[in-house]
Design a protein around this ligand. Structure first.
Ligand code: ADP
Ligand code: MG
Length: 236
């Protein structure tokens, strides 16, 4: 469908625009307002951390931001498109084309080499030079010397870097990282956060979700969640 857009993303460079977004689970006495009237804007090139304790609504917000779920009420525009009322097929298309996910658990396929793991998102599109594109993404995370290693031949930090390369390989509009250092020791955590910082410096838009203030501290902007509500945090 060809529809006129009021505000093309190219003009505003606004990647995320949440207006009064709520997500409500359950009914009656069992109602949980997991995300409560959240308004948030993220521009191209931003590095935002969403911080909050367990149960504050981070995962629910992350599912909405990542187009894995839609809000109960409110509006979500992603790169100028209203995704708040999209159906599952349309959401899947936005996710595959525009969002690179990094999870706490890496989610690598253990039987495949690093470069094959990174190539995976390209198999769903008619991409040429898939191997070279995967190798370039691995070079960006400093793993050119590990491209043929399988996950169990890599350290935790290296596995997460492979996962970051896999998130990068489609040249996404946004990288969404949910507790990316949650399974890593402090050395590997630093390594992964340095990679994310470097990617942001080279122009990538990153949203990082974490309970850990030290992790959130690498972002240029931090917002805090508590009981589903969001508030800006003054940087120390
Ligand atoms: P966090 O990721 O910060 O720990 P969550 O977004 O997972 O927080 O959860 C926020 C609140 O919403 C919690 O009270 C949780 O119990 C509730 N919740 C999350 N998912 C569901 C669900 N699918 N059904 C009902 N309640 C949920
Ligand atoms: Mg969570």
């Amino acid at each position: 469908m060809v529809a006129a857009r009021a505000a093309p993303a190219e003009m505003t460079a606004e990647i995320i625009r949440l207006v009064d977004v709520s997500k409500v689970y359950g009914t009656g006495d069992a109602t949980v307002r997991a995300v409560d009237a959240v308004t948030l804007s993220v521009n191209e090139g931003d590095f935002l951390a969403v911080m909050g304790p367990s149960g504050s609504g981070k995962s629910t917000l992350m599912h909405i931001l990542g187009c894995l779920d839609v809000p109960t009420t409110g509006e979500y525009r992603f790169a100028g498109e209203d995704v708040s009322r999209m159906d599952e097929r349309e959401l899947a298309s936005i996710r595959n084309r525009r969002i690179g996910f990094v999870f706490q658990q890496f989610h690598l396929l253990s039987s495949m080499s690093a470069w094959r793991n990174v190539e995976l998102p390209l198999l769903y599109r008619a991409a040429r030079d898939r191997k070279q594109t995967a190798l370039n993404a691995l070079a960006q995370v400093g793993l050119s010397n590990r491209v043929d290693h399988r996950p169990n031949q890599l350290s935790g930090g290296q596995q997460q870097r492979v996962a970051i390369a896999r998130a990068l390989v489609t040249d996404p509009t946004m990288i969404l990282a949910d507790e990316p250092t949650g399974n890593l020791d402090s050395h590997a955590s630093r390594e992964v956060l340095e990679i994310l910082t470097g990617l942001n410096r080279s122009g990538h838009t990153i949203v990082l979700i974490t309970h850990d203030p030290n992790v959130a501290g690498v972002a240029e902007r931090v917002v805090e969640m508590s009981d589903g509500r969001l508030r800006a945090r003054v940087a120390a």
